[in-house]
Design a protein around this ligand. Structure first.
Ligand code: E4P
Length: 217
C-alpha cells in the first residue's frame, strides 16, 4: 500500500520523506490556502521533495480552461499529477490528459458509479473521500469496498486513493480492502506507529538495561 501525505506544508513533507515511508503527496485548494504560499512555487518545492506523484488541482470548471490550467501545472515537474473534479468536464479532461501520458487524480468521488466513470476515463487515481462520506451519514469504507469490487471485476488499472482520511481505522480498513493508496494528514501517518505497549516495552527494557551497567560498542 502506498502512503501519500495530504498537505502542502513543506516542513511536514520533508520530515516524513526522510523516513523513507512516503510515496507521494496530495494537495487541494484548501490545503494551498492553509499553507499560505504561492501555488506554483510550493508545488515545485514539494515535487522536489518526493519522487512519487504530487497532486495539484485545477480550479476551472470547464474542459477548455481545465486543459489550460493543467498545461501550466504539468510543466512544473514530471511527477506532478493533475487533479480534476468528478464532473463531465473533469472526466473529459482526464481522458485527454491520460491519453497524452499525464497522471490524473479524479477527486471528490462519493459514489461507486462515479469511480466507474473515472476508470473509464483512464484515471490514474480515483479519490473517494471517506471522512466526508462518514460525516454525512454514509459508510465511507463501504464505498471503498464497492469500488475495489468493480475495478477488480473489469481489471481496471485506476488506483484507489483513499482520501479524506480522519484516523488510523480508516487506514487499517483501506489496507484490508486492498486500496492502492491512502492519503493522510501528517498526524495520522505519525499516529500509525504509536502503541502504548511499545512505549511501555521500551521503558521496561531500558530500565533493565541500565541495571546491567553495560553499553553497546
Ligand atoms: C485529498 O486528495 C483530498 O482533497 C483530501 O483528503 C480531503 O480531505 P478533507 O475531507 O479532510 O478535507
Amino acid at each position: 500500500m502506498k502512503f501519500f501525505v495530504d498537505t502542502a506544508d513543506t516542513a511536514e513533507i520533508r520530515e516524513l520523506a526522510e523516513t523513507g515511508l512516503l510515496d507521494g503527496v496530495t494537495t487541494n485548494p484548501s490545503l494551498i490556502h492553509k499553507a499560505g504560499r504561492d501555488f506554483l512555487e510550493v508545488t515545485k518545492e514539494i515535487a522536489g521533495l518526493v519522487p512519487g506523484p504530487v497532486s495539484a488541482e485545477v480550479v476551472a470548471l470547464d474542459h477548455k480552461e481545465m486543459m489550460r490550467e493543467a498545461e501550466v501545472l504539468r510543466k512544473i515537474a514530471d511527477n506532478v499529477c493533475i487533479k480534476v473534479p468528478l464532473t463531465l468536464d473533469g472526466l473529459k479532461t482526464c481522458k485527454a490528459l491520460t491519453e497524452d501520458g499525464t497522471m490524473v487524480n479524479v477527486t471528490l468521488c462519493f459514489s461507486a458509479n462515479q469511480a466507474l466513470l473515472a476508470a473509464k476515463a483512464g484515471a490514474t487515481f480515483i479519490s473517494p473521500f471517506v471522512g466526508r462520506h462518514d460525516d454525512n451519514g454514509f459508510d465511507g469504507m463501504e464505498l471503498i469496498r464497492d469500488i475495489r469490487l468493480i475495478y477488480d471485476n473489469y481489471a481496471y488499472d485506476t488506483q484507489i486513493l483513499v482520501a479524506s482520511i480522519r484516523h488510523s481505522v480508516h487506514v487499517l480498513e483501506s489496507a484490508k480492502i486492498g486500496a492502492d493508496v491512502a492519503t493522510m494528514p501528517p498526524a495520522v501517518i505519525k499516529g500509525l506507529v504509536k502503541h502504548v505497549l511499545t512505549d511501555k516495552g521500551i521503558e521496561g527494557f531500558l530500565a533493565d538495561w541500565a541495571k546491567t551497567g553495560q553499553s553497546i560498542g
